[in-house]
Design a protein around this ligand. Sequence first.
Ligand SMILES: C[S@@+](CC[C@H](N)C(=O)[O-])C[C@H]1O[C@@H](n2cnc3c(N)ncnc32)[C@H](O)[C@@H]1O
Length: 221
Amino acid sequence: MREAAAVNAAAWNHQARLAGTPDGTTAGRLELTQYPGHGPGIELLGNVTGKTVVELGCGRGHNLAALAGAGALCTGIDIAEEQIRWAQAAWPHIDFHCADALDYLTTARPADIYLSIFGAIGLTDPDQLLPAIATAMHPEAILLFTVPVPDWLGTRHDHMTTRDGRRFPVRRWLLEPGEWVSQLRSAGLVLSDRWTVTEPAGGQTCTLIFSAAQPTSMPCV
Ligand SMILES: C[S@@+](CC[C@H](N)C(=O)[O-])C[C@H]1O[C@@H](n2cnc3c(N)ncnc32)[C@H](O)[C@@H]1O
């Protein structure tokens, strides 16, 4: 396993072990920020009915459950096997695989929508991951991803403290908004839109959201 993936898997495996059983879990809203119920949601994706969606770094699958409820055909990928085990138990109607997003993208069937919600994008070297996503995307596919604003994480930029007080190292790529746009361009993708979300209490910005697509192909005349 790649170094960053192995380090991050250890942290998120432990987080999943603390999550208890998924009994009684119900699908909620698509959450694109760190604050449940806050900020934009499924409307950023348009009508997802019948669309194939892959979430790279799906965690316990809550966001895919929301999309499946709206009629999307969902696949979740996560490097942490405990997260996948929980997701499979909670949402048996969704396809979940334990894999590094980089490996999955080389073998997978193309999807209509690629998502990363504080997931593999930002936790994997973007010089490798964004070109791999661009290669997998068909001409009409879209990519939507959310990452934390670097300052919002503060001293937590290199670790995660789990509910039981344990501290795990985490590998992150925390880029400024303009750097994400450059990374998308270097990968051969075109920025479609971007959003910056402020914390519910106001003041500090917390979330960057980007959508991107393949460059529009020019008609041959
Ligand atoms: C902050 S959690 C977000 C989970 C979920 N997207 C959500 O919003 O609830 C990040 C997840 O990304 C996964 N992850 C990190 N790097 C990955 C990679 N290279 N491939 C697949 N999953 C990865 C972690 O294991 C973790 O479950």
